[in-house]
Design a protein around this ligand. Structure first.
Ligand code: PLP
Length: 409
């Protein structure tokens, strides 16, 4: 027999974690292969819950298809970049955007990876919220950087703790990541918070990386204030895309918009250009979805309005969670998630990944543990609020019944 050397993954992946598609998902697949139905509340994938692709987007993509088979400019087609510029021109306070400072990508995910690769040297530190959307932490590590987590304060509606951020700045701190509206907490940041973040970034000359992919998924009187509008004097990268507001996550279409002064950052921006060129171009059919999505009727508006589907689902999730003894939840003001707390005096959870696993096996319900979002304690879970309200209500009731008798040894 031929002798083959063992093949392990690279050591660069040592700190790369992505529990949203982790061990529990493997068990879920096994249960499904045995014929069980699993309610998967682990990923924010609107299509999986009956949200259709808006017709105007599909129509324009189909029309573009016969001519969408070649590479485009590496930043993306100009018509899509112009549509993005227009979107921000209509956003109050947003600084002027040059179409050449817009990069399209295969989702925000690819752009996060590109930007971190262009930015970080071994040991450079990046401030990232805890809890976070874990790709930010993973890509910081993969790029040789050191993620430093700053706390968001649950008692303050999950707003970032500015004192904690200040305490964690070192001479190696290069950038700060802001996720607003937030995944996983659903928090929408106040102007005061954003101005506090901008003041810190200004004082320490930090690059601002603002993930605003949920900027139009807002409930009640929540208002989204773009970070770039609060910090027009700083280099700010704003990330957004079609996956959530436009509910076409599978098209893999996102963008990053660069605003503010650039005289100090030519090398970094050249790095982004270089990496954009090396991947040749983003998925071309999906680039033709951008203009269609951003113009005309914004179908998200009726979904988030008081009797709209997303609004009702958010309400159902929040009410259901609050009704479970020993569980509390900050009411999500935006995005597609709830991040409930399990009071450690009532629910003694030492291993939240095990809780998620046991809940899956017992109730066929798949959530993600709070530590999967780099939250330091095993006392939170994340629930996706995408299923119909009655499905969410029933699932959370089952979770409550499960928790009532659940004990971890
Ligand atoms: N950023 C945040 C905060 C997210 O929640 C997600 C997906 O859930 C992404 C980025 C990835 O988005 P995309 O589908 O554009 O890669």
């Amino acid at each position: 027999m031929t002798t083959l050397r063992p093949l392990d993954q690279s050591s660069k992946l040592k700190n790369v974690l992505y529990e949203i598609r982790g061990q529990a998902l493997i068990e879920a697949a096994r249960l499904e292969s045995e014929g069980h139905t699993i309610l998967k509340l682990n990923t924010g994938n609107p299509a999986a819950f009956g949200f259709e692709a808006p017709y105007q987007i599909v129509r324009d993509m189909i029309a573009a298809m016969p001519n969408a088979h070649g590479y485009t400019e590496s930043r993306g087609v100009l018509s899509a970049r112009r549509a993005i510029v227009n979107r921000y021109e209509e956003t109050p306070g947003f600084p002027k955007v040059d179409p050449d400072m817009v990069f399209l990508g295969n989702g925000v995910s690819e752009l996060i990876t590109m930007v971190m690769q262009a930015l970080l040297d071994e040991g450079d530190e990046v401030l990232i919220p805890a809890p976070d959307y874990p790709l930010w932490t993973a890509m910081t590590s993969l790029s040789g950087g050191t993620p430093v987590h700053y706390l968001c304060d649950e008692l303050a509606g999950w707003q970032p703790d500015l004192d904690d951020i200040r305490a964690k700045i070192t001479p190696r701190t290069k950038a700060i990541v802001i996720i607003n509206p937030n995944n996983p907490t659903g928090a929408v940041y106040t102007r005061e918070t954003l101005e506090g973040l901008a003041a810190i970034a200004r004082e320490h000359s930090l690059l601002v990386l603002s993930d605003e992919i949920y900027d139009r998924i807002l409930f009640d009187d929540a208002e989204h204030i773009p970070m770039a509008s609060v910090a027009p004097d700083l280099l700010c990268l704003t990330f957004n895309g079609l996956s959530k507001t436009y509910r076409v996550a599978g098209y893999r279409s996102g963008w990053v918009v660069i605003t503010g002064p650039t005289h100090h950052a030519h090398g970094f921006l050249e790095g982004i250009n270089l990496l954009a060129s090396t991947r040749l171009c983003p998925n071309v059919p999906a680039q033709f979805a951008v203009q269609a999505a951003l113009s005309g009727v914004q179908t998200i508006d009726s979904l988030i309005a008081p009797r709209g589907r997303l609004h009702e689902q958010r309400d159902a999730a929040w009410k259901g969670l609050e009704a479970i003894p020993g569980v509390s939840c900050v009411k999500p003001a935006g995005a597609l998630y709830a991040f409930p707390r399990l009071d450690p005096n009532v629910h003694e959870i030492r291993d939240d990944a095990k809780l998620v696993y046991d809940l899956l096996v017992s109730e066929h319900l798949l959530l993600v543990q709070g530590t999967g979002f780099n939250w330091p304690n095993p006392d939170h879970l994340r629930i996706v609020t995408l299923p119909e309200a009655r499905v969410i209500t029933e699932a959370i009731e089952r979770m409550g019944n499960f928790l009532a008798s659940y004990k971890q040894r």
